[in-house]
Design a protein around this ligand. Structure first.
Ligand SMILES: NC(=O)c1ccc[n+]([C@@H]2O[C@H](COP(=O)([O-])OP(=O)(O)OC[C@H]3O[C@@H](n4cnc5c(N)ncnc54)[C@H](OP(=O)(O)O)[C@@H]3O)[C@@H](O)[C@H]2O)c1
Length: 289
């Protein structure tokens, strides 16, 4: 008999891929968008989960507007921390396992090598702080929660979500004919959403619990990532390097936020795909090449 899985954030970039992967495994799914259940409403969360009685609850819903969060930190906390508590409490009531996603923004970016799960956390702003509080909220109410920290997510669903992703932003700017400036002094490890969804299933199959880093295997500056996107999409764009100092944003961001996947791989999970292959896959899935 397949697993019964409830997925919050089912229409987001990652949620779309989770639905594909878990449906492909023959699991019985309850796919919830914000229109179905607002996770900040504890009673709605509890009602939906009690009625479906899932074995596992996967929360890919989040407040992801890093800069806006500096203006409205309460909104970020409502979704990324207090609503995670709502879900964890409901999971405990029905005895369901919980999977939750966090971020590289729990780190301050001072490292010069990929962060491990044992590295100390120090978020630099409201978004990172709210996501870190979400990690604590899930673990406060459940012993066996599985948390995957991801970074710079890109999935084909981002072509139609309000927030999109870095590839969509680059394709839009690049297609407008203007010179595109991208920061060269900030390094991350962009992560393909389809690979996160597959690794989530693999970790669940291994009964993994605790925090796992699950990010693209290639640390790369945002400038180099933009150059890769333009090269692979065949767009001829005038791309210029910029710096965080020139490109001030309301939120501070970690300068270096690649994370090591070693713990996940040691658990027997497949290494993350090559970044170029993942970007080509994205461009092809969204009809760009
Ligand atoms: N995107 C990134 O670059 C990135 C980086 C690091 C970590 N992460 C983490 O990765 C996970 C997946 O992110 P993603 O890229 O898939 O994000 P996404 O595409 O923005 O999807 C998030 C989903 O959550 C929904 N949502 C927001 N508030 C909600 C609420 N109150 N109740 C119910 N649903 C709500 C959104 O619905 P609406 O569209 O209606 O708002 C959206 O469908 C999140 O935990 C995120 O924090 C993402």
């Amino acid at each position: 008999m397949g697993t019964r899985a409830a997925i919050f954030g089912a229409t987001g970039q990652l949620g779309t891929e989770l639905v594909k992967v878990f449906r492909g495994r023959g699991d019985e799914l309850l796919c919830l968008s914000r229109a179905d259940v607002d996770i900040t409403d504890a009673a709605s969360v509890e009602r939906a989960l009690a009625a479906f009685d899932p074995d596992v609850v996967i929360n890919s819903a989040a407040y992801n507007q890093v800069d806006v969060a500096e203006r409205e930190p309460q909104a970020a906390f409502q979704v990324n921390a207090l609503a995670v508590r709502n879900i964890a409490i409901a999971c405990r009531q029905i005895g369901a396992r919980m999977v939750h996603y966090s971020t590289d923004y729990v780190f301050d970016g001072a490292a010069e090598r990929p962060y491990t799960e044992d590295d100390p956390v120090r978020p630099l702003g409201a978004y990172g702080l709210s996501k870190l509080a979400g990690e604590f909220a899930a673990r406060a109410y459940l012993d066996g929660v599985l948390i995957l920290r991801v970074c710079g997510v890109f999935g084909p669903g981002g072509q139609r979500t309000a927030r999109g992703n870095f590839i969509e932003t680059m394709l839009r700017l690049g297609g407008s004919g203007q010179t595109v400036r991208v920061v060269q002094d900030s390094t991350a490890a962009p992560t393909p959403a389809p690979a996160i969804a597959e690794r989530t299933a693999q970790l669940l199959d291994r009964n993994a619990t605790g925090i796992f880093h699950c990010c693209g295997g290639t640390p790369i500056t945002w400038f180099d990532f933009a150059a890769m996107i333009f090269r692979l999409s065949g767009l001829n764009v005038e791309l210029r390097p910029s710096t965080e100092r020139e490109h001030r944003t309301p939120a501070r961001r970690p300068k270096y936020s690649a994370m090591s996947n070693a713990k996940m791989e040691a658990a027997g999970v497949a290494p993350m795909p090559d970044l170029e292959e993942a970007v080509s896959g994205y461009l092809s899935a969204t009809g760009r090449i």
